[in-house]
Write a protein that binds this ligand. Structure first.
Ligand code: ZN
Ligand code: FE
Length: 250
């Protein structure tokens, strides 16, 4: 089971558990109190924490959780571990690594761009990818540390997962991202349909399938003729760069 725990203004922490066990994992807890409450509510012990990247709105709750629940495995990227960017980190992982925790198996993708140490966790059994601030629904993260070429390559890597993969991202930005997407790709029926089906406020839009993203997310669609025309660019990285700059100004 994968449950959202809304945190801060628009962050999602994810609570992951298997039906036949009494433990659970957390992905990107930014607030310890809400995370511990959710664990108690679910009647689960915490087997470990998975971190997608070092930003405070993804790791802010780790210290408080470890203080209250005692030492436990905290997984992050090699880069973030070696730069001491994740509090209480115990385990570093990188591209192609496979980890097993709380009865679940995850393979790791390095997805630098938003930050240099960003990683995604893919769980084939649950059909789920935890993409942090790299791939958002209908958008992508800002480039704080990496280059456009890096981020484009990271998004292409995620785009190659099975199309039925459910994308669990780190923020509820979908409505705004879709408004931007339709502004630059107004003829795209899939985006129009997705906007019409947006739930009312406070209902999570996350997850969505990768197939939906491939049809609507401009940052995965840099080869699309209309987006090439919009950006006056031909090469994919050039289109990506121009789209990211346009989204920064939006
Ligand atoms: Zn971030
Ligand atoms: Fe974030």
């Amino acid at each position: 089971m994968i449950q959202p725990i809304p945190m801060l203004t628009d962050n999602y922490c994810w609570l992951l558990s298997m039906p036949d066990r009494n433990d659970a994992l957390l992905v990107d807890p930014s607030e310890s109190d809400k995370a511990i409450q959710a664990l108690e509510h679910a009647g689960r012990t915490l087997a470990g924490i998975l971190i997608t990247h070092h930003h405070a709105d993804h790791v802010g709750g780790v210290q408080g959780i470890v203080d209250r629940l005692g030492p436990l495995p905290v997984v992050c990227s090699l880069y973030d571990h070696r730069h001491n960017r994740v509090p209480c980190a115990t385990t570093e992982v990188g591209e192609g690594d496979i980890i097993e925790m709380a009865g679940m198996t995850f393979s790791i993708c390095d997805v630098p761009g938003h930050t240099l140490g960003a990683i995604a966790y893919y769980n084939a059994d649950a059909n789920a990818a935890f993409t942090g601030d790299t791939l958002f629904l209908a958008g992508c993260g800002r480039l704080f540390e990496g280059t456009p070429a890096m981020m484009h390559a990271s998004l292409q890597k995620l785009a190659a997962l099975p199309p039925e993969t459910l994308i669990y991202c780190g923020h509820e930005y979908t409505a705004r991202n879709l408004r931007f997407a339709i502004s630059i790709d107004p003829e795209n029926i899939a985006i129009q349909n997705r906007i019409e089906k947006l739930p009312s406020d406070n209902i999570p839009t996350v997850p969505a399938t990768l197939a939906t993203e491939l049809a609507t997310n401009p940052f995965l669609r840099v080869e699309t003729p209309s987006l090439r025309t919009f950006t006056h660019c031909d090469d994919p990285v050039g289109v990506f760069t121009a789209l990211r700059e346009a989204r920064n100004r939006y």
